[in-house]
Write a protein that binds this ligand. Structure first.
Ligand SMILES: Cc1cc2nc3c(=O)[nH]c(=O)nc-3n(C[C@H](O)[C@H](O)[C@H](O)COP(=O)(O)O)c2cc1C
Length: 393
């Protein structure tokens, strides 16, 4: 199986990508033994957040701003390949920018057919393209024709815009255009990010997409049991992790340890029973027939990395934030991460409650110093040493 780190504009960007791909099993963690990992973080590759394409070919610096890994051969500092993602609706412009992205060293070119943002959809990009499979084809075909054949072109789609009636047509349009891999975020644009994710609907797409084209299931995977349920319901081997990995940075490792040790067992009866049922979300839409993911985050098992390990990731993350983010937005960046971490860590909840009302980056930094110094006292490391250790400077 492959595990892919999702693109998340404004949340899972370069700083967090760098941080999450540095995650390792704690040295004494038993599940790590005997599990084959593509990379110590458990991840196979990352997709960077979208680069918006309108009416011109962007200069290289615009690509590098979103994806600084291009300056490192397209790899994160810890060696995970990163694929750039383009969002736009003009086939010609998408093709020309894809050429540039490929030439800059991206590990493939990913096309966004899922963004729900109004401003993007108003201009005919993102999820709104799913209303017109012909336009999906036109964009993907132009890009496929434009970039060298050795460069992989992939796509990330939702099930549809208002409903999922055109999901198969859109998937087949991507296939006809020559796309080599398709991620399906198992929701329509109308669903936003609300649970459940309709993993079983991905199985319908898997059934019409030729078997040699990998389909990657995405949406609402918060723990290793979710990954197994998503695999079983969708018929996909590969998974993409978004918020689940931000909330639990050891999630990819947990999934690998569990799945590979258990050789892809189907969910147990107990796990199947644990999947709650959910009524119709869209009248007349086939998604109503799907098995939803579980809805109750509180029912999740404990996160796999101890909080002390998560704390070791924070100085490196903060260093990137201070280098790359305007002062007034810095506190917000850490709070955003804490906001998801608190789903899995009570300590993050306490921190979030303490920092929630502050937008002062100095207060956030003071909190960070206190946390990390306290945690490092036993290890004999101070905050500065931790920075240097993390960044190798
Ligand atoms: C804040 C945020 C930003 C996102 N940005 C992107 C993006 O740039 N490109 C993209 O294809 N999907 C984007 N997504 C969608 C995610 O990649 C993913 O499909 C979605 O969050 C469902 O997966 P999850 O339930 O594991 O989080 C974004 C989602 C969120 C919450």
């Amino acid at each position: 199986m492959r595990i892919v780190l999702a693109p998340m504009e404004g949340l899972l960007d370069f700083a967090l990508r760098d941080t999450l791909t540095r995650v390792r099993w704690p040295a004494d963690a038993a599940p790590a033994q005997g599990v084959a990992l593509p990379h110590p973080s458990g991840l196979d590759h990352c997709v960077a957040e979208f680069i918006r394409i309108s009416d011109r070919v962007l200069p290289p610096r615009s690509f590098v701003r979103v994806m600084p890994e291009l300056l490192n051969g397209g790899y994160t500092a810890s060696g995970v390949p990163v694929r750039g993602q383009l969002l736009g609706s003009d086939p010609e412009m998408m093709a020309a920018n894809a050429q540039r992205l490929a030439a800059l060293g991206s590990h493939g070119v990913d096309l966004n057919f899922g963004c729900p943002a109004q401003v993007v959809n108003r201009h005919g990009g993102g999820a709104s393209l799913l209303k017109e499979p012909d336009r999906v084809y036109a964009v993907a075909h132009a890009v496929r024709q434009a970039v060298p054949s050795k460069v992989l072109v992939s796509a990330k789609m939702r099930l549809g815009f208002d409903d999922d009636r055109l999901a198969e047509d859109c998937a087949l349009a991507l296939v006809a255009a020559g796309v080599a891999e398709i991620v399906v975020h198992a929701r329509t644009k109308a669903h936003g990010y609300r649970p459940p994710a309709y993993w079983a609907r991905v199985a319908d797409l898997r059934a019409v997409i030729p078997a040699h084209i990998p389909v990657i299931v995405n949406g609402e995977i918060w723990c290793d049991a979710d990954a197994r349920r998503a695999q079983a319901a969708s018929g996909c081997r590969d998974v993409m992790l978004g918020r689940g990995m931000v909330a639990d940075p050891g999630l990819a490792l947990a999934i690998r340890a569990h799945l590979e040790q258990k050789s892809h067992q189907a969910p147990t009866l107990k796990e199947k029973i644990a999947i709650p049922q959910q009524g119709l979300e869209i009248v007349g839409s086939r998604v109503s027939a799907c098995q939803p993911a579980h809805l109750d985050a509180l029912a999740l098992p404990p996160a796999v990395l101890p909080w002390a390990e998560v704390l070791t990731l924070l100085p490196g993350f903060w260093q990137w934030v201070t280098q790359r983010v305007e002062r007034r937005h810095r506190a917000g960046r850490l709070k955003q991460w804490l906001n998801l971490l608190r789903r899995r860590y009570p300590e993050a909840q306490v921190a979030f409650d303490g920092l929630r009302l502050s937008n002062d980056h100095r207060l956030v930094e003071a909190w960070l110093h206190a946390q990390v110094e306290h945690s490092d006292e036993e290890r004999g490391l101070d905050f500065k040493t931790q920075h240097m250790k993390t960044h190798g400077t």
